[in-house]
Design a protein around this ligand. Sequence first.
Ligand code: ADP
Ligand code: MG
Ligand code: MG
Length: 250
Amino acid sequence: MLKITNLHANIEGKEILNGINLTVNAGEVHAIMGPNGSGKSTLASVIAGREEFEVTQGEIFMENENLEDCSPEDRAHKGIFLSFQYPVEIPGVSVTNFVKTAINESRKAKGLEEMPAKEMLKLIREKSEMLKIDRKFLSRSLNEGFSGGEKKRNEIFQLAMLEPKLAILDETDSGLDIDALRVVADGVNKLKSKDNAVILITHYQRLLEYIVPDFVHVIHNGKIVKSGTKELALELEEKGYDWLKPQTVI
Ligand code: ADP
Ligand code: MG
Ligand code: MG
């Protein structure tokens, strides 16, 4: 589904990603871990096509298509979803209306008609029941006064409605309390399937007790320095990241 080869990226002339190689197949959950400032969020932003980052080398392929010339919108329409680390408040726009607009924009980009209202309602009902989201929540203004858990509920609801092929969830936030953590974990566990894939960015091992990743990768200085299975996350919890840093010569 996603193939990244030798990816290098800069911001303001400073190299942040320094040769990332990563392959994600349908049906897989990949956890990306690493110390603060190692480039995890940058990798997410570059996959999503955020324009403040300059790709200087390497390629990103989504279903064998090079994303080089794709805008963030094109990438979203190709099925890449990136969670917001700092969600914006939109007073007067409800959770439901936001997601309706997103769905119809995406259909428009594919040359489809708007989703009929009845069908949309059915979809909303189905997904909100599955995720145990109540109606009151759906009519609230987007992110306005949302708790950490509610922000996550909104995000997972968007994910459920938009059904992206590749979901990238950047959970760096120290704001991930136990409620928020459960919302993310239950949501991801319900939504994952053999046809989609998840990249879960976190520097907490704790989240991975609830979402069991197929692969764990550690980023350090913009490079994947170690890959493994879920046991690697346990090892990191125990030993920290220092043992993975490239050796310094004294
Ligand atoms: P992580 O998510 O692993 O904590 P980031 O990808 O956020 O790391 O940051 C990696 C490096 O890139 C850091 O040194 C950070 O200061 C730098 N960086 C990230 N975003 C920007 C930006 N918008 N402007 C300048 N430097 C940035
Ligand atoms: Mg950070
Ligand atoms: Mg980050």
